[in-house]
Structure formats: structure tokens, C-alpha cells
Design a protein around this ligand. Structure first.
Ligand SMILES: *Cc1c(COP(=O)(O)O)cnc(C)c1O
Length: 404
């Protein structure tokens, strides 16, 4: 692809080629336009950028390390592996990069109330955290199934002063939580900003969230040049809505020598309703404000999905990923639940790092690719989050028992 291709997306209406855009009810057209205008003003405002950098450094703990994963590299016997340690951010994942950017924007716009959806609870925790910090009222919508499988994060959000609203509609996971958040926003738009948690939804969310997350790739680029004096050969990241992956990939898109691999949730295997790998069996459609690849049936009904990791368990993928996939710039594969669990345990035992189950999908793909590459090849794996929230679920799956 030419360098012009990535420099000019999205267009003024939020289109990434045939993907993206703004498909919303009438009542949200004006708020989204207001958000777009204010976001692009803030982006050009040195004071806003200074404030954001300050909180990312002093509160979030950036820059996150780019860590040479020595024992995993040796065990796999191929490419040299680096981990981008987003798990070390305050609150334990990359989500806070975006939540911090959006709360500063909400403050600029004079909003006093924050709402968000959450799947694994990491975005809910990040949003509850920045809301507490800036003294804003906070309501988090979360599918009832996700509340159950990510209990620890529900307690964290409540302790931070947020109202957590369990959503009992449909499949009771992320998609339904987004519907409820959008319903709330329509009703309370004057006072309320909706902090959407991934590079998805109506324009300007996909471009705005990407730009708040590109700090991952900007740092990784600088760090690998410092440590290796050259660019990496391969970047690997898991893809839910796609924010941690696009955050890592974006600053490298024009470096033709850098290959990129996005890893979706293969669940129990690529059979209808057993996975959340949108590029395996998904098709073009519109869901929750944007046009992208979606898991849907022949009538356009959204299919149910499955993944061991709540954060990847969503029927649609961010529009920029759909575009990059069609262009052939990024390759997309998947890891199954079992592969992710295996990678989860392996990283814990070899490196002393317990990854989020989402991130374990990227580690699983790395375990497959690294041995096929030569020892002088360089891989960067985005460790999007830590696995504290997942230990009870994994202990149950692998049959660990408490001593009595
Ligand atoms: C939410 C989450 C993801 C998936 O979301 P993206 O927007 O695709 O990054 C991945 N990893 C962790 C740790 C998460 O919390």
C-alpha cells in the first residue's frame, strides 16, 4: 500500500474505504458532531496534549516497558520476542490510555456525567477510575454474564464509586451493554459523555480511540530502535474491537518491512456461534453505528459468539481493521480457547507474568510463529493487560484447587 493510503484515512465522514461511517438515530447526530469538533480542536491544542501527557506519565505510569522475553524466546527457539507491557499500566490494561483522553475531553465539553459499556470489565474499571479522579458521576453498563465471569472487576468499579448496571437482554454480554449505553446517551446527552472503550462505533470514535491508543506503537517504535537499532519484523496483538492492536500497529503502517498479525478469538473452533473471529465467516454489515465485518446470519441477525475471554467476545470488528485486512496490510488469524489457556499458563510459568486471557491469544499466536522465524528476527507482542481478573476462571478450567 502507498503511504498516502494510511495518511488519508478515515475521510472527513469517518470512512476507512468502504468501512466505518456514522449510522445512528437522529438524536445522536448532533452530539457526535459536537464530539468530533471538540476532539479535533483538542487534538490541535498544545494545552490539552500537555495535560494528557502529564496524566499518562504521572497517573498511568507511562511509558510502559518494552521487555525482552528471554525465557519464552529460548523455549520457542526462533525469533527474539519483546513484550509491550500494557499490563503494567495503572488499572492493568491499555484501556486507561483512551479513558484518560476521553475524560479530559468530557471535562472540556463541560459534561458532568460519564457512561460506558464494558465486557471484561477493564474498560469499566478504567472509566470508573478516571471518573473518580475528576469527580464525575459514572454509570457502567455490563452484560449479566460478564458480571458473573469478571466479578473482581465489578467490585473494583463499585469501590471506585461507579454504578454498575447489569444488562439482562439477549446474550447478556458486550453487544447488549453497548445498546444500553447508547440508549442512556440518547436520553441524557446534555450532561453526559459516552466513553466508548474500543476503536469501534460511529465516527469519530474509531479514529479518536485509535489516536489515544497510538501511544503504544509510538513508544514501542522508539524503544525497539533504542534497544535493537532497527525496526521489528512482526507485530502481534489480539483483536476485540481492535483498540490495542491498532494502537500498536498504526505508527508502523508505512514501514513496509514490518509485518502485522491481529489475533481474534477462535473460541471452541470456527463453527457457527462457537467463536468471535469476525474475519472467519463474518460479512459486511452495520452494527452499533458503523459498517464493518460482522458475524451475522443470512437474514442479517447478529449471531451469538463465544470466547473464553470476555474482552474479545464481540460480533463485530473495528472498521479500520476491516480496511487493513482488505488492503492486505495486516494479516488476521485466531487462537482457540485452549490455545489461549495454554499460552496463559506458559507465560506465567516461564516469565512470571500472568497475562489477561485476551492478551494470551496474542501470546498463543506468537508461540506458533516465533519458531518458524530465524533467531535474528524480532517480534513485538502487545501484552494488552494483566490476568488478575482471570485467575479464578482459569483455575477452574485447568483444575487448580485451593489447599484446605
Ligand atoms: C478490552 C481488552 C481487549 C480487547 O479490546 P481491544 O479494543 O481489541 O483492544 C484486549 N485485551 C485486554 C486486556 C482488554 O481489556
Amino acid at each position: 500500500m502507498s503511504s498516502a493510503t494510511t495518511a488519508t484515512v478515515p475521510d472527513a465522514h469517518g470512512h476507512f474505504g468502504p468501512f466505518g461511517g456514522r449510522y445512528v438515530p437522529e438524536t445522536l447526530v448532533h452530539p457526535l458532531q459536537e464530539l468530533e469538533d471538540e476532539y479535533f480542536r483538542a487534538q490541535q491544542d498544545p494545552e490539552f496534549q500537555r495535560e494528557l501527557s502529564y496524566y499518562l506519565r504521572e497517573f498511568v505510569g507511562r511509558p510502559s516497558p518494552l521487555y525482552h522475553s528471554e525465557r519464552l524466546t529460548r523455549e520457542l527457539g526462533g525469533a527474539k520476542i519483546y513484550l509491550k507491557r500494557e499490563d503494567l499500566n495503572h488499572t492493568g490494561a491499555h484501556k486507561i490510555n483512551n479513558a484518560m483522553g476521553q475524560i479530559l475531553l468530557a471535562k472540556r465539553m463541560g459534561k458532568t456525567r460519564i457512561i460506558a459499556e464494558t465486557g471484561a470489565g477493564q474498560h469499566g474499571v478504567a472509566t470508573a477510575t478516571v471518573s473518580a479522579m475528576f469527580g464525575m458521576k459514572c454509570v457502567i453498563y455490563m452484560g449479566a454474564v460478564d458480571c458473573e465471569r469478571q466479578k473482581l472487576n465489578v467490585f473494583r468499579m463499585k469501590m471506585l464509586g461507579a454504578d454498575v448496571v447489569p444488562v439482562h437482554a439477549g446474550q447478556k454480554t458486550l453487544k447488549e451493554a453497548v445498546n444500553e449505553a447508547m440508549r442512556d446517551w440518547v436520553t441524557n446527552v446534555r450532561s453526559t459523555h459516552y466513553i466508548l472503550g474500543t476503536a469501534y462505533g460511529a465516527h469519530p470514535y474509531p479514529v479518536m480511540v485509535r489516536n489515544f491508543q497510538r501511544i503504544i506503537g509510538d513508544e514501542a517504535r522508539r524503544q525497539i530502535l533504542e534497544q535493537e537499532e532497527r525496526l521489528p519484523d512482526l507485530l502481534i496483538a489480539c483483536v476485540g474491537g481492535g483498540s490495542n492492536a491498532i494502537g500498536l500497529f498504526y505508527p508502523f503502517l508505512n514501514d513496509q518491512s514490518v509485518k502485522m498479525l491481529g489475533v481474534e478469538a477462535g473460541g471452541r473452533g470456527i463453527l457457527p456461534e462457537q467463536h468471535a473471529a469476525r474475519f472467519q465467516g463474518g460479512s459486511l454489515g452495520v452494527l452499533q453505528g458503523t459498517r464493518s465485518y460482522i458475524l451475522q446470519d443470512e437474514f442479517g441477525q447478529i449471531q451469538s459468539t463465544h470466547s473464553v475471554s470476555a474482552g474479545l467476545d464481540y460480533a463485530a470488528v473495528g472498521p479500520e481493521h476491516a480496511w487493513l485486512r482488505d488492503l492486505g496490510r495486516v494479516e488476521y488469524s485466531y487462537a482457540t480457547d485452549d490455545q489461549a489457556l495454554d499460552a496463559f499458563m506458559k507465560l506465567a510459568r516461564l516469565e512470571g507474568i500472568i497475562p489477561a486471557l485476551e492478551s494470551a491469544h496474542a501470546v498463543a499466536a506468537c508461540m506458533e510463529r516465533a519458531p518458524k522465524l530465524s533467531k535474528d528476527a524480532l517480534i513485538i507482542v502487545n501484552l494488552s493487560g494483566r490476568g488478575d481478573k482471570d485467575v479464578a476462571q482459569v483455575a477452574d478450567k485447568v483444575g487448580l484447587q485451593m489447599p484446605v
